[in-house]
Write a protein that binds this ligand. Sequence first.
Ligand code: ADP
Ligand code: TYD
Length: 198
Amino acid sequence: MFVSFEGVDGSGKSTQAQLLREWLEGLGRGVVACREPGGTALGERIRDLLLAGAAMAPWAEAALFAAARAELVAEVIRPALARGEHVVCDRYVDSSLAYQGVARGLGVERVLQLNLIATEALLPDRTFLLLIDPVEARRRAGAEGDRIEREGSAFQHAVDRGYRDLADRFRERVVAVDAARAPGAIASIVRGELRDLA
Ligand code: ADP
Ligand code: TYD
């Protein structure tokens, strides 16, 4: 199965991705974990351009995220799924829908089309959306953050609204979870949702 975690920075995605990975490995399953943007040699270079570099046109940003994702799908995710391993991804297409589609104003539908082309229509079996007040998430995340995290609170609130709309729109795939709960409580909800797939 292919699982992704989504949410604003500091919502607890990396923590949950790690806990899920440990649980699956404990069941004796092969697991490939990845993070976006990055996870390949090309993807890490694109990550530097996106997060450390200067401002860029919104469609340049969306296209670079999609390029990093295309490489990750081709080089890492599809081969792992073909080997029968599980893939756990910290961010995937929904990040682009919420950040570029909604917060940058490019439109969810158009950013989705770009990403369906880039990934050859590979979507996760389940996506866990970690919902938390963006102010609390900011506090958890601590330090200053990257270029996109520094966009300010109106932008982060737009991302949060975007994510909530995605949960409504993709009800079959996206499971919204209250990320204010303790990590162990969230992890057991995740495991419960995946029991049939794992
Ligand atoms: P993300 O990957 O979404 O940016 P992290 O998993 O790195 O988030 O978590 C951000 C911070 O919040 C870390 O210090 C982490 O230990 C803490 N944290 C993660 N999950 C929770 C939780 N459910 N409750 C409280 N703190 C959490
Ligand atoms: P982030 O998860 O913060 O990486 P890390 O925790 O390793 O620093 O992701 C980097 C930033 O990129 C984050 O602010 C969200 C943003 N982002 C997008 O705007 N669109 C995307 O498609 C992705 C994957 C990330």
